[in-house]
Design a protein around this ligand. Structure first.
Ligand SMILES: *Cc1c(COP(=O)(O)O)cnc(C)c1O
Length: 377
């Protein structure tokens, strides 16, 4: 059996090696390292894939979020609603810009914000909401957009974990996550569903005014070279990463299908275990399974992790600490307790999921989980 890894980027690379190597050599040969034809081609490809009017490539997913926030003319102290159960980057950029991250509890089954949970946190100072499409499925965005509209709030989707997922509206039409909020931000960190071989990120929007502003912010606040209209940042996707992403974008749906097949296998094999909750799929979203995250409900999550580790099955805890429990955010919040977030931090355990898992590995993983259950009975 191949060694089991959380992600197996090597075996994935070997299947696309010729195309990747040739594209990278072309970049070296033409010396178009920055903003060349490869970046343009990927940008257009992603626009088309998402059916988004505008895509702005940038240096990483955290920058994408920061550039989005900077484009919205928010004032120090303005409140931005985020889930307390997410990766740090979501709230970090808010704090960096001297805005106030308002951390909200999430839905136990989907790990995501809901309109009801957000509504309770809206104040006269609220200016924006950042729903995070966590672990690979969309938040229920239609009611969130309706709530935002009612209160005049911006919605920035943190779509770093759910690129490629489809959300279905109540009238039956679908849209890609990252194009439903006013702005969508994603990350091409190597282990993400669309991963580069280094850092990368992108911003999507259907609004031309926001696209122009974000393009300007990402490029030192200039439209015309050496004339700077606002204080911006330098955030670019480099051409070598654009090559890798272009090759992988063509296969993104195939990759999602491979992840979903592994998830289906886990779902079926673990369905009978009353001490485990397998991921709940929201009926309005497809799931691209950035993570396959169990809830271990018998108080033995850490024990299971150690046991699996000994059997050669790596697992991860995303996330062990609520945002408001992080020292970094102490100056930004008085929160000390959100019940669902805290329960999730105690119960979540993510199993390996990627495009290269084979049946032998999957069988071994589920048998290992089940054998722990047998011991602990
Ligand atoms: C990965 C990730 C980011 C940040 O992306 P980077 O490219 O690592 O900066 C932001 N939000 C979420 C939810 C993520 O998973």
């Amino acid at each position: 059996m191949h060694a089991i890894q959380m992600v197996d980027l090597k075996r994935q690379y070997l299947k696309i090696k010729d195309e990747i190597d040739q594209g990278i050599l072309e970049v070296l040969d033409t010396t178009a390292y920055i903003n060349g034809p490869k970046v343009k081609a990927f940008q257009e490809g992603l626009q088309q894939y998402l059916s988004a009017a505008h895509v702005i490539p940038c240096a990483n997913g955290t920058d994408a979020l920061q550039i989005a926030m900077m484009a919205l003319d928010l004032q120090p102290g303005d409140e931005v609603i985020v889930p307390a159960f997410t990766y740090v980057a979501t709230a970090e950029v808010i704090a960096l810009l001297r805005l106030k991250p308002v951390m909200v509890d999430v839905d136990y089954d989907t790990f995501n914000l809901t309109a009801e949970l957000i509504a309770k946190a809206i104040t006269p100072r609220t200016k924006a909401i950042v729903p995070v499409n966590l672990f690979g499925q969309s938040c229920d965005l239609e009611p969130i957009m309706a709530l935002a509209e009612k209160h005049g709030l911006w919605v920035i989707e943190d779509n770093a974990q759910a690129i490629g997922a489809d959300y279905t509206f109540s009238d039956g039409h679908t849209a890609k996550t990252g194009t439903i909020g006013h702005i969508g931000c994603t990350s091409f960190y190597p282990s993400k569903n669309l991963g580069a071989y280094g850092d990368g990120g992108a911003i999507s929007t259907n609004r031309t005014d926001l696209a122009e502003k974000m393009q300007m912010v990402a490029n030192h606040g200039q439209v015309r070279r050496y004339y700077h209209d606002v204080v911006g940042v330098n955030s670019r996707l480099d051409a070598i990463q654009a090559v890798v992403l272009g090759v992988k974008l063509k296969r993104l749906d195939e990759y999602a299908a491979a992840r979903r097949a592994a998830a289906d296998f886990y779902d079926q094999a673990l369905a009978g275990l009353d001490w485990i909750q397998t991921p709940v799929r929201h009926p309005k979203s497809t799931h691209v399974f950035h993570q396959y995250t169990l809830l271990v409900k018998n108080g033995q999550r850490d024990g299971l992790q150690t046991y699996l580790q000994q059997k050669g099955v790596p697992t991860m805890i995303y996330y062990p600490v609520p945002l408001y429990g992080q020292d970094a955010f102490r100056p930004f919040t008085d929160l000390t307790h959100l019940p669902v977030t805290e329960q999730l931090c105690q119960e979540v355990l993510s199993l390996p999921i990627h495009t290269e898992l084979d049946l032998e590995q999957l069988n071994y993983i589920v048998e290992s989980v089940k054998s722990f259950g047998a011991i602990k009975k």
